[in-house]
Design a protein around this ligand. Structure first.
Ligand code: BG6
Length: 512
C-alpha cells in the first residue's frame, strides 16, 4: 500500500443491500481492500433495503459472504470482526420519498459518531427500475450536492438502460440531480486487471503500436463465452438476452480498448474521449447486414459428460416459447483511418464448452510464402490477449521444424500472470470500488459512451423484434454455438480460434 491508495474518510451507502451482489461481490471486495489497508481510516458502510434486518443479523450474513467469496481466504476472525463493525443497516422503502429523511438522519448520526466529513457514495445495487427513483428521492432530500463539507458520488450498476431510448432517459434523470463527474456507471469488465493490461500492452511497448492498424491486422476476434447457463436468473435474462447482457457493454468496452487511439494523457477524460470515438465510428448496421452478419442462437437440451443438461426454454423463469438469444456472434467495422476495412468478430454465449474471454489479433500473412506450411491458418501470426481464465498473453509465430528442408510450424511465446512471483490479482469490484472512493472515473463509462454503444446495438434489437423470421438457431448445450457463426469469418482457411464446426455436431443446429 502506498499513501496514494488511501481514500478520504467517507460513507458508502449501498441501496439493495440485501441482494446477491452485495453479498457475493461488493462486501467481500471491500473486505479485501480492508485487508490491504486500502480503505479510508474512518469508513462506514450503510446497507439500505426494504428487508427488516437487525444490524447483527446483517453483519452475520455479510460475514458468511466474506468467508465464501473474498479473495483473501485466510480469514482472521479478529480482523473480520473489526471490519464488520464498520457495517450498519437501515431498512427503508426506497420507493417512498419520505423515508429518505430518515436515511439522511441516519447518515448524519453515523458521520457525527465516527467523525466523518460529508463524503458519501450512493451505490445502486437494486433492480434497474429503481435507477431513476432513488436519485430523484436522494436529490429531493438534498443529499445529492457536493459541498465544501464533502463530495457526493453515485454508482449505477448495469444494465444501464434496455435500449437507446431508456438509456437516454436514465442519463437525463440522473443528470437532473447529479453532475456527470459525480456519476459512476459501472461495467465490471473494465475493473479486470487483464482488461487494464490492454492499455499497458498497447501503450507501454513500442513494438506493437506500428503494427496495430489496417496495414498489418487482418481481423480481430473478441470472445466472451461461458459454460454456465442462466442459473437462477432466468426471469431477468429472458427479458435481456446475450446482446444486452454481455455484448452491448462488456464486449464493446473491450473492443473500445483494443481499437482506441493512444490518449494524450492517462486521465479519465483523455481515456474516455478516445473510447467514445471508437463507438461513434462503429459502422451502423443496416437491416440486410443484420440478417447476414449477426447470428443468434439459443441452447437446447443435451448431455455433457453423461449428465443431462436442460435447454434454455426449460430453465426456471423462462417462457416455454422464448426467442431470447443465449448466443450472439457478429461482424462489425470501425470506420476510421486506423481500422478501415478490418473486420472485428465478436461473440458471446451461455452453455458453451468452456468459459473464456479473450481477444485475438490476427496479423496479415507475409506477402509471399517462401516455405511450405501445413495449412493457411498457420500462415498468420496471432496475438492472444487472455482476459480470463489463465490470464496472460500469447504470441504465435512460425519456426523451422528441425531437420531437413524448411518446414514451418507455429509455436507459442506464452506469458501467464500466474508465473509472476507474489502477484495478487485484485477482483474487478475491488479495483472499481477503490477507484470510486478515490474519485477516479477512468474505468467507469461516461454517459455519451453508453449511448453510443446502444446506438450501435439498437438496430439489431429492432430488426429482431420486427422480423421474427430472422432465424434463431438452437445449439446443444456444451457446443460452440451455431455453426452458422463460422461463416461470418471470411477468408480461405480462416476460422474462429475455437470454431463451431468439426465437433461432430453437424446437422444439430436447427432453426427454432
Ligand atoms: C454479467 C452478466 O454482467 O457478467 C452475466 O450479467 C455474466 O450474465 C457475467 O455471467 C460474466 O462476468 P464474468 O466476470 O464472470 O466474466
Amino acid at each position: 500500500m502506498n499513501s496514494m491508495s488511501k481514500p478520504e474518510n467517507q460513507i458508502l451507502v449501498i441501496f439493495g443491500a440485501s441482494g446477491d451482489l452485495t453479498y457475493r461481490k461488493l462486501v467481500p471486495s471491500l473486505y479485501d481492500l480492508y485487508n490491504q489497508d486500502m480503505l479510508a481510516d474512518r469508513f462506514i458502510i450503510l446497507g439500505v433495503s426494504r428487508t427488516d434486518f437487525s444490524v447483527e443479523k446483517f453483519r452475520d450474513r455479510l460475514g458468511e459472504g466474506i468467508k465464501s467469496f473474498a479473495n483473501f481466504r485466510d480469514i482472521e476472525e479478529s480482523k473480520l470482526d473489526s471490519f464488520l463493525k464498520k457495517i450498519f443497516y437501515k431498512s427503508i422503502d426506497t420507493e417512498n420519498p419520505n423515508d429518505y429523511l430518515q436515511l439522511k438522519t441516519e447518515i448524519d448520526l453515523l458521520r457525527e459518531r465516527f467523525n466523518i466529513s460529508d463524503n458519501c457514495i450512493y451505490y445502486l445495487s437494486t433492480p434497474p427500475n429503481l435507477y431513476s427513483v432513488i436519485p430523484l428521492a436522494v436529490g429531493k432530500a438534498g443529499m445529492n450536492k457536493s459541498t465544501g463539507d464533502g463530495w457526493k458520488r453515485i454508482v449505477v450498476e448495469k444494465p444501464f438502460g434496455y435500449d437507446i431510448e431508456s438509456a437516454k432517459e436514465l442519463n437525463k434523470n440522473l443528470l437532473k440531480f447529479f453532475n456527470e463527474d459525480q456519476i459512476y456507471r459501472i461495467d465490471h469488465y473494465l475493473g479486470k486487471e487483464t482488461v487494464q493490461n490492454v492499455f499497458v500492452t498497447r501503450f507501454a511497448n513500442g513494438i506493437f503500436e506500428p503494427l496495430w492498424n489496417r496495414n498489418y491486422v487482418h481481423h480481430v476476434e473478441v470472445t466472451g463465452v461461458e459454460n454456465i447457463g442462466v442459473e437462477n436468473r432466468g426471469g431477468y435474462y429472458d427479458s435481456s438476452g446475450a446482446l444486452r447482457d454481455m455484448l452491448q457493454n462488456h464486449l464493446l468496452q473491450l473492443t473500445g480498448l483494443i481499437a482506441m487511439e493512444p490518449p494524450s494523457s492517462f486521465d479519465s477524460d483523455s481515456i474516455r474521449n478516445e473510447i467514445v470515438k471508437v463507438f461513434q465510428s462503429l459502422r451502423p448496421l443496416k437491416e440486410e447486414d443484420i440478417i447476414k452478419n449477426v447470428i443468434r442462437g439459443q441452447y437446447v437440451a443435451s448431455k455433457i459428460k453423461g449428465e443431462k443438461i436442460i435447454g434454455y426454454r426449460e430453465e426456471k423463469g423462462v417462457s416455454t416459447g422464448s426467442r431470447t438469444e443465449t448466443y450472439v456472434a457478429l461482424k462489425l467495422f470501425i470506420d476510421n483511418w486506423r481500422w478501415g476495412g478490418v473486420p472485428f468478430y465478436i461473440r458471446t454465449g451461455k452453455r458453451l464448452p468452456t468459459s473464456v474471454t479473450e481477444v485475438v489479433i490476427h496479423f496479415k500473412p507475409t506477402p509471399h510464402y517462401l516455405f511450405s506450411r501445413n495449412n493457411l491458418q498457420d500462415g498468420c501470426n496471432h496475438l492472444v490477449i487472455r482476459i480470463q481464465p489463465d490470464e496472460g498473453i500469447l504470441l504465435k509465430f512460425g519456426m523451422k521444424v528441425p531437420g531437413s528442408g524448411f518446414n514451418v510450424q507455429n509455436v507459442n511465446m506464452d506469458f501467464h500472470y500466474s508465473d509472476l512471483q507474489n502477484s495478487y490479482l485484485p477482483s474487478a469490484y475491488e479495483r472499481l470500488l477503490h477507484d470510486c472512493m478515490m474519485g477516479d472515473s477512468s474505468l467507469y463509462q461516461r454517459g455519451d459512451a453508453v449511448e453510443a454503444a446502444w446506438k450501435f446495438v439498437n438496430p439489431i434489437l429492432r430488426a429482431w423484434k420486427n422480423n421474427p423470421e430472422i432465424p434463431i438457431f438452437g445449439y446443444p448445450a456444451g457446443t460452440w454455438g451455431p455453426e452458422h457463426a463460422d461463416d461470418l469469418i471470411e477468408g480461405e482457411g480462416l476460422l474462429w480460434r475455437y470454431p463451431c464446426k468439426n465437433l461432430a455436431n453437424d446437422g444439430l443446429y436447427c432453426e427454432l
